[in-house]
Design a protein around this ligand. Structure first.
Ligand code: KIV
Ligand code: ZN
Length: 524
């Protein structure tokens, strides 16, 4: 029997940290349920000390999710570790993930205060002490303690080895080797993991984990090189979302280990047929579109179009396919719900999406579902996620789009006129723009007098054909807050206007600071 590689999912922590939008606890719970169905071994549910919302999400997931280990992140700081201990109190299998920066760049850059010592050598001693204390404190809450040596990819190996030895001696059962900045290259990273396995005293008492970032597009390759050289836990996120360029995409790592079992000689416990569903859920919830050419879960990952390929594929699938679409859940038809779908069918679909609703919530959702089904004939998972977003976190409709008129053509300046209702008041305005979408956004900005900046705009076709339903997602920024707005219509200009107004309504109703784990690391 081959050895098992444990799969550690950090979509809800490292992934969400970078998404530009924050999820509520119930949305995180829905993703956690789907991750449990995917059968990941560990779910990193959040960083409890970072915000009351994160604390609450870790608590809720700990209470509700059975099966995977539930993990929470902390710095090597007693108050962080205590917050993890409390948030994980109800978890059946809790893990605390604590650690500290080990590269000289992190040590000198983040621990400038003289209380950590004045020379690099003094600071190294102090940081090692803090790491040991953190692991020991975490052990008072749970036996399962993972230690991360942040920025291992750029650390002095001798100091890294010393740190790992001390962490294991203090009780760490997993040692995480993050390439925090995505600096490593596969051969070198693989050699580092091999050296850790060969040189760190006591390493046989711990599992080596790899946590790779994608700044150079090498996260998956580095993670695989780690496994090839002895790592037995891989960390990553669904769709590879995460800080900056993201984390290793778990669906890619797992399918590489499975498809190339001949080379890696290991296995995971992942239920790979859940990958597409999980990918869609994460993409819909966070409003982060999956590129069509994305490996494993992209819309084109199993499409063949050139004559030679199609001809070969039709004769023998294996000529151009190394994985079967059904193995990643693609063969499962996209569920099409219609107005004739009763409450039972809707509940079943919602449960598959990870939502367990009360009867009252189901009734409300069903009414909204019928309105959408009437308009669209077919209702897709992403529509349901949008409906649930509204039901769970209803956004007060401060601005309502009453009327929209666009004047555009190949030889005219795009001009938009919009009329919005604000309570009993009606406001109207017009603007020109570089294109019709730009014109409509400018007209809305003028009418609402907003200072919000349009930070991101994405559009995708939810159905196919020229009458396709287009879904627009915008990210708006104002005073350090960032929110996501969505809008859907068969008219992409209208979808854009709706998304923009939805974002403005959220900005006016949500007053939540963004919490970024990375930015809080230096405050140790
Ligand atoms: O990238 C990183 O170093 C991390 C640690 C906090 C594990 O995310
Ligand atoms: Zn990370």
């Amino acid at each position: 029997m081959s050895e098992k590689v444990y799969v550690f999912d950090t979509t809800l922590r490292d992934g969400e940290q970078a998404a530009g939008t924050r999820l509520g606890s119930r949305e995180k719970l829905a993703i956690a349920r789907q991750l449990a169905r995917l059968n990941v071994d560990i779910i990193e549910a959040g960083y409890p000390a970072s915000s009351p919302e994160d604390f609450e999400a870790v608590q809720l997931i700990s209470r509700e999710i059975e099966g995977p280990v539930i993990c929470a992140l902390s710095r090597a700081v007693p108050s962080d570790i205590e917050a993890c201990g409390k948030a994980l109190a109800k978890a059946r299998r809790p893990r605390i993930h604590t650690g500290i920066g080990v590269s000289d760049i992190h040590i000198t850059g983040k621990f400038r205060d003289e209380k950590y010592g004045t020379t690099l050598a003094e600071k190294r001693v102090k940081i090692l002490e803090m790491a040991v204390k953190a692991v020991k404190l975490a052990k008072t809450y749970t036996d399962d303690v993972e230690f991360y040596a942040e920025d291992s990819g750029r650390a002095d190996p001798a100091y890294l080895f010393e740190m790992l030895e001390a962490a294991i001696q203090a009780g760490a059962t997993v040692v995480n080797i993050p390439d925090t900045t995505g600096y490593a290259v596969p051969e070198q990273f693989g050699a580092l993991i091999r050296a850790i396995r060969e040189k760190v005293p006591g390493i046989d008492r711990a599992i080596i984990s790899v946590h790779c970032h994608d700044d150079l597009g090498l996260a998956v390759a580095n993670a695989l090189a780690g496994v090839r050289n002895g790592a037995r836990q891989v960390e990553g996120t669904i769709n590879g979302i995460g800080e900056r360029a993201g984390n290793a995409a778990l669906e890619e790592v797992v399918m590489a280990l499975r498809t190339r079992g001949d080379y890696f000689g290991v296995h995971t416990g992942i239920e790979t047929r859940e990958f597409c569903r999980t990918s869609r859920l994460v993409s819909d919830m966070l409003g982060m579109v999956v590129p069509p050419n994305k490996a494993v879960v992209g819309g084109n990952a199993f499409s063949h179009s050139s004559g030679i390929h199609v001809d070969g594929f039709l004769k023998d699938r294996e000529t151009y396919e190394i994985m079967r679409p059904e193995d990643v859940g693609l063969a499962e038809s996209r569920v099409v719900l219609t107005a004739r779908t009763g409450r039972h069918g809707l509940r079943d679909r919602l449960e598959k999406l990870g939502y367990a609703l009360s009867q009252e919530e189901l009734d409300q959702t069903y009414q909204r579902f019928l309105v959408v089904a009437d308009k669209k004939q077919e209702v897709f998972d992403e529509d349901l996620v949008a409906i649930l977003h509204d039901e769970i976190h209803p956004v007060p409709e401060i601005y309502h789009l009453d009327y929209l008129q666009i004047y555009s053509g190949t030889s005219s300046i795009p001009t938009a006129t919009v009329r919005l209702r604000v309570g009993a008041e009606v406001k109207q305005g017009a603007a020109i723009g570089d294109g019709p979408v730009d014109a409509v956004c400018r007209a809305i900005a003028e009418v609402t007098n907003t200072s919000a900046k349009l930070a991101q705009y994405d559009i995708r076709a939810v159905t196919s054909g020229t009458e396709a339903m287009g879904e627009v997602t915008v990210h708006l920024e104002q005073d350090g807050r960032r929110v996501m707005g969505r809008g859907a219509s068969t008219d992409v200009i209208e979808a854009s206007a709706k998304a923009y107004i939805d974002g403005l309504n959220k900005l006016l109703s949500v007053a939540r600071p963004s919490g970024d784990v990375g930015s809080q690391q230096p405050g140790v």
